[in-house]
Write a protein that binds this ligand. Structure first.
Ligand code: 13P
Length: 254
């Protein structure tokens, strides 16, 4: 049985003060919910603040991105070595990074390699655009992204994959549970091709795109979906707690 994982990707939201307020508003309740891995991914500048606030709880910390070089003349970048020891998880290849900051499949691959080398757990984001979806290219695109992300990697260790159809992100138009489940199944079969069935069965696959407390059950009740990568709803304490609570209930009963 795979441990469900709910991660809140705060994106470029919250000042350090607001980040602290948000954590304070949800940490006690989140900590009390069992059977779900809970991850907060604030902006870089709030990682230390959030780390201090969640100390002694079951809540984990993640970053939203990183560069792949260990150190050097890369003004404005954050290295895997800087994140190591600060957080356990790092979101890589988010579609917003791919769209606005030039993260190609090759760059995502280098970042995944660098994260694993530093014992950081990557959440690798994949997903098709509306155009690709309408052209019937979803499986092809997602398969390519997953294979590219793992290029040259012998063991994916604890890597998590997030299936986030771009057309569902921030639009309020989530995918249907059965669609997301089918794509998660495709992703798992690609992982099985690369690493064998037992690693594929252990790998956790999240759905992301307009997840709310109200639609969580649609995704979490699917057999191939092991959690969610939550954007907008992770900025509201009650909403994020609701998503984690639902997940705990559904996966424990199921
Ligand atoms: P929303 O939940 O705001 O649609 O964002 C999803 C996402 O991109 C999480 O990484």
């Amino acid at each position: 049985m795979r441990m469900p994982i709910i991660a809140g990707n705060w994106k470029m939201n919250t000042t350090a003060t607001e980040a602290a307020e948000l954590v304070k508003a949800m940490k006690k309740k989140l900590n009390s919910i069992s059977g779900v891995e809970k991850v907060l991914c604030p902006p870089f500048i709030s990682l230390t603040t959030v780390k201090d606030l969640i100390k002694g709880t079951s809540i984990k910390l993640g970053a939203q991105n990183m560069y792949y070089e260990r150190s050097g003349a890369y003004t404005g970048e954050i290295s895997p070595a800087m994140l190591s020891g600060l957080c356990e998880i790092v979101v890589l290849g988010h579609s917003e990074r791919r769209a606005h900051f030039g993260d190609t499949d090759q760059i995502v691959n280098r970042k995944v390699q660098a994260a694993l080398a530093m014992q950081l757990t990557p959440i690798i984001c994949v997903g098709e655009s509306l155009e690709q979806n309408e052209a019937g290219e979803t499986i092809e695109v997602v398969t390519r992204q997953v294979k590219a992300a793992f290029q040259g990697i012998d063991s994916p260790q604890e890597t998590v994959i997030a299936y986030e159809p771009i057309w569902a992100i921030g639009t309020g138009k989530a995918a249907r549970g059965d669609q997301a489940n089918a794509l998660s199944g495709v992703i798992r079969s690609v992982v099985a091709q690369l690493y064998g069935n037992s690693i594929a069965q252990e790998m956790r696959i999240q759905y992301g795109g307009s997840v709310t407390a109200a639609n969580t059950s649609e995704f979490i009740s699917q057999p191939e979906i092991d959690g969610a990568l939550v954007g907008g709803a992770s900025l509201k304490a009650a909403e994020f707690i609701g998503i984690v609570e639902q997940t705990s209930k559904i996966k424990q009963v199921g």
